[in-house]
Write a protein that binds this ligand. Structure first.
Ligand code: ISE
Length: 347
């Protein structure tokens, strides 16, 4: 199967709009068919701007439509479970933004439903896996360029954050990237975590910000993660991996260094979209290629990856609730294995 895929985007907020633009203008083998958003006006405006066939406030309408082949879910985190389950029930491949679900039992329900469907339908938007710089870093690590990895330092700073969030949502919505990135990078599952509170900014009342996480993987490596969602000065994501014979770090991604008036400076983006534009595009293209049967989809995070990241997030939140106690990460639904069948099978 390799016809052009008609994609619907659910959620016309910051990320949904960005993905819709990418699909409409940059993806080979796909087109934007529909937009759904609880705010009908917002859905209609985006659909009109990008030439999508229809807009609706009802996501069930796009999932059930015979004008739609596949669905990208970028609505509020709390809506993911039911939308992904509806896509599986309708036999439609779905790329769901992270987190796959806020609750571990919901992740398990999704995995079980996908297994009953008998083919790969679910992918999770862990877009870091497609960041060219991070992919290069992982390849160098895997090639043994720095020997065995011993530890890593990750930094994740946003300019500002949704004031309605809390300390737990920082973990489930933001740090979740590092909770997927770390085991993926080291090809080793997270075994234990602890959560720590530095002095907190006064600019985000009611929420611990920044937070410091320690993540141990089964290979023994220890990763520090600073997640600071109201860091004000710029969107800044860093990573350094220290090995037995060297270190690997992501360079500052700004393309231009300015030397003027006796100073040198580079700039930061205001949010993640410019920093990860290439990653989002590569991720969506890989997803479309996998649906069309021209790629096996192996780089895309699957439902089990989504489950594992949510499991680690809940261990971090348990540590948060107990003043930084080290928590062993349990994967209580261990019997749930990924769907082995490829995307295009039976399509
Ligand atoms: C947001 O949802 C993202 O995915 C960004 O990459 C991340 O930096 C931010 O913290 C999240 O809220």
């Amino acid at each position: 199967m390799s016809e052009t895929q008609r994609i619907a985007v659910i959620g016309a907020g910051v990320m949904g709009s960005d993905h819709a633009r990418t699909i409409a203008t940059k993806i080979h083998g796909a087109g934007l068919a529909a937009v759904a958003d609880i705010d009908l006006g917002r859905a209609q405006a985006l659909a009109a701007e990008l030439g999508a066939r229809f807009a609706t406030a009802n996501p069930a309408e796009v999932i059930g439509s015979d004008q739609v082949d596949a669905v990208l879910v970028a609505s509020h985190d709390s809506t993911h479970t039911e939308l992904v389950l509806a896509c599986i029930a309708g036999g439609k491949p779905v790329l769901c933004e992270k987190p796959l679900a806020l609750d571990l039992d919901d992740c398990a329900r999704i995995i079980a439903a996908e297994r009953s469907a008998g083919r790969r339908l679910v992918s999770v938007g862990f877009s870091r896996r497609f960041d060219p710089a991070l992919v290069e870093l992982k390849a160098a690590l895997d090639a043994g360029e720095i020997g065995r990895a011993l530890l890593a330092h990750a930094v994740h700073r946003n300019v500002s954050s949704d004031p309605s969030g809390d300390s737990a949502s920082t973990v489930l919505n933001s740090a979740i990237h590092e909770l997927d990135q770390t085991p993926w990078l080291f090809s080793s599952p997270v075994t234990e975590v602890s959560w720590h509170a530095p002095a907190s900014t006064g600019l985000l009342p009611g929420r611990q910000d920044p937070q410091l996480l320690l993540i141990r993987t089964a290979d023994g490596a220890l990763t520090t993660v600073e997640v600071f969602v109201n860091a004000v000065y710029g969107y800044d994501v860093r990573l350094e991996v220290v090995g037995e014979t060297g270190a690997l770090a992501l360079a500052h991604p700004a393309a231009v260094v300015r030397d003027t008036a006796l100073t040198r400076h580079t700039s930061y983006p205001a949010d993640w979209r410019p920093r990860y534009a290439a990653a989002y595009r590569a991720e969506v293209q890989s997803w479309v290629d996998a649906i069309r049967g021209t790629y096996d989809g192996s780089a895309l995070a699957d439902a089990v990856d989504g489950y594992r990241a949510t499991a680690v997030a809940h261990a971090v939140i348990a540590s948060m609730a107990s003043d930084g106690r080290t928590v062993t990460v349990g994967y209580p639904h261990a019997e749930l294995t990924p769907v082995a069948e490829p995307f295009a099978q039976g399509a």
